[in-house]
Design a protein around this ligand. Structure first.
Ligand code: MG
Length: 253
């Protein structure tokens, strides 16, 4: 009897393998390539909170320990200091409109997810990569899984189009984030929604998020309040991503 039970256990284990990262990769269909129009400057409107104006990182802290952010600021541009960890806004937000410009290095090397990987975590819910990630990656004539390319809500929604510019050119994200709300028992009462324009092209249209981003397994919600906006220092060895002209409009105030 004892031996039979063990055999049953083994069968159960074999029939439910551990989730793997590739289980949540979606490769087809690939979003249509939609070359964007010329780059249009988008200075902060009146009342916007300027998070990076090209001069300093006073509005940003290290996610790891909330000490002053240690990424590089030079010639009006913010660049990831590889290995220094993610940075996030000192201020916390609920729902907001957000503008950010980013640039893949001109001579980017690497493949797959190791080619100019960074990201915007729309609400940072903890250290590391906890939160909801809008992916940044070199997606100019470069194929990866559709729900992991630039403009994707990582491993939840592929972008509606691929308007990527070539490496070395500035690109933009304009985001409307409606934060999730939580009720009794920390259950989600209203899921987060997000709309994203990449280089002026709609890539996410009022998407209802399934939860926070995970690399392995299915996304799920964990209750949180107002949260910082986080930029990713991805661990791959490709050259670092740069940013400029970052501003936000708080939609709760
Ligand atoms: Mg990323």
């Amino acid at each position: 009897m004892k031996a039979a039970m063990c055999f049953t256990c083994l069968l159960a284990i074999q029939s439910s393998p551990l989730p793997r990262p590739e289980d949540t990769e979606v490769w087809t269909p690939q979003p249509p390539v939609v070359p964007p129009g010329p780059f249009v400057p988008s200075p902060p409107p009146a009342g916007a909170i300027v998070l990076f104006d090209g001069t300093d990182l006073s509005n940003w802290v290290s996610t790891r320990d909330r000490t002053p952010a240690r990424w590089l600021v030079q010639d009006g541009v913010l660049t990831v200091a590889k290995g220094s960890g993610n940075i996030e806004t000192r201020r916390r937000f609920g729902s907001y409109q957000f503008h950010l410009e980013w640039r893949i290095p001109q001579h980017i090397a690497g493949d797959g997810q190791a080619r100019g990987n960074s990201g915007v975590f729309l609400a940072s819910t903890g250290d590391g990569d906890l939160g909801y990630e809008l992916q940044i990656l070199d997606s100019y004539r470069h194929r990866t899984y559709a729900n992991g390319q630039a403009g994707s809500i990582y491993k939840q929604y592929a972008p509606l189009a691929n308007p990527a510019r070539r490496p070395g050119e500035w690109q933009s994200y304009d985001i409307v984030w409606q934060a999730p709300t939580f009720g009794l028992g920390a259950m989600v009462s209203r899921p987060a929604t997000v709309t994203v324009f990449m280089n002026g092209v709609l890539v996410q249209d009022q998407r209802v998020l399934k939860g926070a981003t995970v690399y392995v397994g299915e996304p799920h919600y964990t209750a949180h309040g107002r949260a910082p906006i986080k930029l990713q220092d991805h661990g791959d060895p490709s050259a670092p991503i740069s940013f400029r002209n970052i501003w936000v409009r708080d939609l709760d105030s």
